[in-house]
Ligand binder design. Structure first.
Ligand SMILES: CC(C)(COP(=O)(O)OP(=O)(O)OC[C@H]1O[C@@H](n2cnc3c(N)ncnc32)[C@H](O)[C@@H]1OP(=O)(O)O)[C@@H](O)C(=O)NCCC(=O)NCCS
Length: 214
């Protein structure tokens, strides 16, 4: 069966990992991830069978997503051209072990520029601590720059601020609060009730930005 990539895989081979402030020891990149059995590539329509959704469930609730739902969402993302879901595969096991998404947001401001948002970063727990988190985040961050984004931002828990700082992301003082309004049902909330949450506790989310050189 023919497989379809979400976006052109060749673009990942062009990224210059020396541009990133991340310290890789040993040096690795999307083109050379350090092991012959590791592959950094765009999501494929066949990744439903490579445990992609099971990997995402280590990040948050995924739900019971059917193959049809997965393929419909994949087609919508591909048609839009603004979704760059990127994965790391362990080709020995035919399994997706890392993922991160770059979503491009088109603006009128800044001369109709585009910005990037980093979403859904996860590495399979049995593969953590081996630079793969850095590898997947730097890959999509360099991709954002390559695609012409003037900045890239993300929301994260306090404990991950250090991790993202080491990759070039900064907290912007006075301008880094992450605010959320939720529309999904929460047992404690009545329908039609609005919950406006500003997290300030130890598990708070912060917005961190990567300013790309012009
Ligand atoms: C965050 C995550 C992707 C990191 O993946 P990883 O493969 O372990 O990361 P790396 O091996 O590249 O580690 C990079 C650095 O971040 C640090 N780090 C990784 N995870 C961390 C965590 N949960 N808390 C604090 N520091 C962490 C590592 O100690 C390492 O530091 P070092 O370079 O000084 O040794 C992974 O822990 C994960 O999937 N967590 C669950 C999902 C999640 O929280 N995603 C982020 C949402 S914003």
């Amino acid at each position: 069966m023919e497989e379809t990539y979400l976006y052109d895989p060749n673009v990942l081979l062009k990224l210059d990992f020396h541009r990133s402030p991340a310290k890789f020891q040993p040096f690795i990149s999307a083109a050379s991830p350090g092991e012959t059995w590791l592959k950094v590539r765009p999501l494929k329509d066949t990744d439903f069978d490579r445990g992609f959704l099971q990997l995402l469930s280590q990040l948050t609730t995924v739900g019971n997503v059917s193959r049809t739902q997965f393929l419909t969402r994949f087609s919508q993302m591909k048609a839009s051209g603004d979704y760059f879901v990127t994965v790391i595969e362990d080709t020995r096991k035919n399994e997706i072990i890392g993922a991160a998404s770059l979503v491009i947001e088109r603006k009128f401001i800044h001369n109709c520029s585009v910005r990037g948002r980093l979403e859904d970063v996860v590495v399979n727990d049995t593969y953590r601590g081996k630079q793969l988190g850095k590898l997947i985040v730097v890959t999509v961050s360099l991709l954002a720059e390559h695609l012409g984004c003037y900045k890239m931002s993300l929301d994260c828990k306090d404990k991950l601020i250090k991790f993202y700082k080491s990759l070039g992301y900064v907290l912007l003082p006075g301008n880094s609060n992450s605010m959320t309004i939720r529309y999904d049902e929460t047992p404690n909330l009545k329908r039609n009730t609005t919950a406006l949450g500003v997290n300030t506790g130890g598990d708070a989310c912060q917005t961190v930005s990567l300013h790309l050189p012009s």
